[in-house]
Write a protein that binds this ligand. Structure first.
Ligand SMILES: Nc1nc2c(c(=O)[nH]1)N[C@H]1C(S)=C(S)[C@@H](COP(=O)(O)O)O[C@H]1N2
Ligand SMILES: [Mo]
Length: 515
């Protein structure tokens, strides 16, 4: 080069812009860290990131939410939080660059954040302090770092060097990340009800469930067990952090169109005669052949008995359950009272309800999808009318009744399994909760339907497993399909419908390769 001077390898906007952007990132880390630390004392659901995330879930249009559950399944919340964090990173980088040009601009971005966070907190009725602290800390830190940066640029001999600015930025970033992780760990430890749950002693049932007949489960490798272990039970809810309810501070209010409103604490609930119920719970969002279904032995008090004690008034046709996390779930009242074993459940497969499944109390009403019957973290029951109130999912367009549709799936062989020609065992599960399964049929390559062998039934409220021997599988690629008939004689329709708004329909099929 003519000057003999080493040319900068990167353009000027990068040399100036990248460190400036980093100051924005560091300020954001400090802000989030401060917010989490304060939230550790004001309650986990006041964390600004979680509050904004929860608000986003509630504002998400139904088709998008449906898509998210379908595409990301149980990871939908992780995807949402990642999206929020990615958005924050981009905004923070921009705030850093802005404040290098004009210091008040970056500060304004953080104050705007504080405003949005505080507004969301107010709407959700959680503490506004975490959001206000976060915004203020972010604004002050960015003001300070961008000041340092300017003075370094003017390269006053006594002023800070570029190295000092980068060091300060890195230090703030590290402190922010540590505060974030620490705040979240502290919030978890402070609010955890793990110890309280471990201390719960469930009484023996007054009405124990009969032992499961041994032949409810065909012993075939790859077929799901009849009873789903708690740790394998699907989880669907809108909770970004699991509500932590200390049973000693829990109570259930029963009110609305009743003659004698009542309130019941956990000890009183446990003193009621408890029943055991084997019951298959399923989610309306389950696709044909999907995994959002499970069977457990639930233990709980009779829900209809409690409603009778309160005295249901004429004209009521809906029972609305509300949870600690403000979910509302409405069930047709005549069904709850028609003699089916509806429960206020406290136990699941021999232990207190896991926190993820509604500890300390949830409802279950056989025959209905979870979204119209199975309120987790239940704290309030209101007897009302459909005309008077639309619960959360109904407000978002889902069918207000939510009666479980007949469903069946092939579990063995697995999709695209490579099989040896000859005799092949086909097996799976079918459910039509509260109606019961009367028949399951299987067909190969669109040929005639063949009756599957039904394993023993426990009752109409649980799924039924089935097997079918494919006697002479020939080499080639084959399609296997299944359909079930419920105890009313209705066979699953072939026509495919998506889960929205009343549950998926259509036959499940798999492709198998016979060699
Ligand atoms: N509080 C609360 N209860 C809830 C929900 C929820 O989002 N919040 N989701 C419902 C839905 S859609 C289903 S399918 C079941 C799932 O129960 P599980 O997670 O125990 O399997 O819970 C129901 N109860
Ligand atoms: Mo669901």
């Amino acid at each position: 080069m003519s000057t003999g001077k080493r040319q900068p390898s990167r353009p000027r906007w990068w040399r100036r812009g990248a460190p400036a952007a980093l100051t924005g990132l560091a300020a954001a880390a400090a802000a989030i860290g401060a917010g989490e630390l304060v939230a550790a004392f004001t309650g986990a659901d006041s964390s600004p990131v979680l509050a904004v995330g929860s608000q986003a879930i509630d504002l998400t249009p139904t088709p998008l939410k449906d898509y998210a559950v379908r595409t990301f399944g149980t990871h939908d919340k992780f995807v949402l939080l990642s999206g929020i964090h990615a958005t924050l990173v981009l905004l923070a980088l921009a705030a850093g660059v802005l404040s290098a040009r004009w210091r008040p601009a970056g500060v304004a971005v953080f104050l705007l954040f504080a405003g949005v966070g505080a507004w969301v907190a107010a709407v959700r009725a959680v503490a506004v302090w975490p959001a206000l602290t976060a915004g203020t800390v972010g604004a002050v830190v960015l003001w300070w770092l961008s000041g340092l940066g300017r003075r370094a640029c003017r390269s006053e001999s006594s002023g800070p060097t570029r190295r000092t600015v980068l060091g300060a930025t890195g230090g703030v970033l590290a402190v922010g990340v540590v505060a974030d992780l620490g705040g979240r760990a502290l919030a978890g430890a402070r609010s955890s009800v793990a110890a309280a749950r471990a201390g719960v002693r469930l009484p023996a049932p007054a009405h124990p469930g009969p032992a499961l007949p041994p032949r409810v489960h065909p012993d075939i490798a790859g077929l799901s067990p009849f009873t789903t272990a708690n740790r394998d039970f699907y989880r669907v809810d809108t909770a970004l952090t699991l509500p932590q309810i200390d049973p000693r501070r829990w109570s259930l209010r029963v009110h609305g169109m009743v003659d004698r409103p009542l309130e019941l604490d956990f000890d009183q609930l446990l003193r009621l005669p408890l029943e055991e119920l084997d019951y298959t719970l399923s989610c309306v969002s389950n696709e044909v052949g999907g995994p959002y279904v499970g069977t457990a032995r639930w233990l709980g008090a009779s829900l209809p008995a409690l409603l009778r004690r309160a005295g249901v008034r004429a004209g009521a046709d809906q029972l609305v359950g509300r949870s600690k996390d403000h979910m509302s779930i409405g069930t047709p009242l005549d069904s709850v009272l028609d003699g089916r074993p509806a429960l206020l459940a406290v136990g699941m497969n021999g232990e207190p309800l896991p926190v993820a499944h509604g500890f300390p109390c949830r409802s279950v009403v056989p025959g209905f999808y979870g979204y119209t019957s199975a309120t987790k973290w239940l704290v309030d029951l209101e007897v009302t009318a459909f005309a008077a109130y639309s619960p959360y999912w109904v407000e978002r367009g889902w069918d207000r009744h939510g009666v479980v549709r007949t469903a069946s799936r092939i579990e063995v062989p697995a999709p695209f399994a490579h099989l040896r020609a000859g005799a092949v065992m086909v097996a799976g599960t079918a459910w039509a909760t509260h109606r019961g399964i009367a028949a399951v049929e299987v067909r190969v390559d669109g040929g005639p339907w063949r009756q599957a062998h039904l394993a023993e039934a426990v009752g109409p409220d649980t799924w039924r497993q089935w097997t079918w021997e494919w006697a002479d599988a020939q080499p080639g690629t084959h399609t296997l399909q299944v359909r079930a008939t419920d105890a009313t004689g209705a066979t699953q329709p072939e026509q495919r419908q998506p889960p929205f708004p009343a549950g998926a329909t259509g036959w499940h099929g798999i492709v198998a390769i016979v060699e």
